[in-house]
Ligand binder design. Sequence first.
Ligand code: NAD
Length: 507
Amino acid sequence: MSDTDTTTTETTEVLDHWIAGGPDAGSGDRTGPVYDPARGVVAKRVRMGTADDVDRAVQVARKAFTSWGETSIAKRQQVLFAFRELLNARRDELAAILTAEHGKVLSDAAGEIARGLEVVEFACGMPHLTKGSFSLNASTDVDVYTVKEPLGVVGIISPFNFPAMVPMWFFPIAIAAGNTVVLKPSEKDPSAASWLAALLAEAGLPDGVFNVVHGDKEAVDALLVHPEVAAISFVGSTPIARYVYETATREGKRVQALGGAKNHMLVLPDADLDLAADAAVNAGFGSAGERCMAISVLVAVDPIGDDLVAKITERMARLRTGDGREGADMGPLITREHRDKVAGYLDVAGADGATVVVDGRGVQADGAAEGFWLGPSLVDHVPTDSSVYTDEIFGPVLSVVRVASYAEGVELINAVPYGNGTAIFTNDGGAARRFMRDVEVGMVGVNVPIPVPVAYHSFGGWKASMFGDAKAYGPHGVEFYTRDKTITSRWLDPSHGGINLGFPQNT
Ligand code: NAD
């Protein structure tokens, strides 16, 4: 048990790794608690992988790559199609796992799975996406063509807030392109990863192509430096993303590391304030604010601040916090420790001179008293030097900042070190277009508060929200998990003889 683990254990179940096509107990004896956050109890424990476990999983994946990388695109595609069908048919089962371990309400869990499925469907189109290019007769009797080859073994390290979707941003594309995978999911809600591994096996994926090593820093570190791992896809907080990027690129790996966020929603005076208030509530408190694309700061351009705050407050009063299995609007936070940390920002807000308009600490949650509850909270007039403004809180605390003009709002957003998502609410097309160009953020919404790109575009932020050049999924995902080889070819012909030491020129 960890030091913070003071709650009772409901069961002695221990979740194994998944290596070489089945559950694997690994070599270590360390385990960690997996909570049911709505009940505030330890529901199961998860194995904490060692460097040896990672090494074994990587060796298994390396061996599997020798045949999977050579398997025809058609056969790989058939596995992806079968996986898509199984996942679609059994999505309720997965949603129940997500709600039990993460706490997000069932409808939100279903949404997470739907967005993951989109990427699976995108990956089913891999034959088209990797077909390369061919230049006939580039020089006389010389053809030049470029093929896309898989990299080998790729490591995926995922965060707690999307235990199914974030792994699915990566592994469908990696596998469809011919790579093999070692996934290290979050230790806080690890069951979804093991469930997906079993489903992939059921879909006909050969043993060893997809492996899961559970654990924490020890397993991550082993993956980052393993010589047989060609690439790392990471999603998590900015300090760890930076560390992962620096460590793994130093080892010569290809790395994409997506980090944290502080997403602002700019509301212009001409906006429909009812729609803006709905959007702010949905994007601020959905999944208890534990989304990297959550809106955490509302920037109200004078003179609409008071009206907007009133409309949001009125909507917040109707939100029901409680057990996501039982029809609540908003579930608990992931751990007691995280709940307390987020709640602490409401103290900071008061001390820093902000106005706590709605204080979620007193929430009457519809669920067990021991659940990790914090109700939706609204803080107005937040000073921009307060940690309530500068930190990524990652909980149901929405800040409001007032500005005098559009220009002041954009300046504020561009001064933030993060650049994940942002949104503008306005009925002025010219202003929206100008915002789209002015703002230094990777994903922009126009009257759309959570602009997560569809699967055939790519997901990723700017600045401290992403390290590396390739975003997640979409065209960037295909590029990330393949490398180009360009072949210049001439079939022997007696006319090609003769000595010429000059640099080859096209004729
Ligand atoms: P986290 O950084 O704590 O953990 C992410 C992963 O890194 C986990 O698998 C964890 O086990 C591992 N890890 C944690 N500490 C480590 C260490 N010291 N060394 C090596 N590995 C370590 O993030 P989290 O709390 O699980 O997730 C929330 C964070 O993820 C937020 O900051 C959120 O914004 C971010 N996030 C970003 C995106 C995005 O697309 N940009 C998407 C989802 C979540």
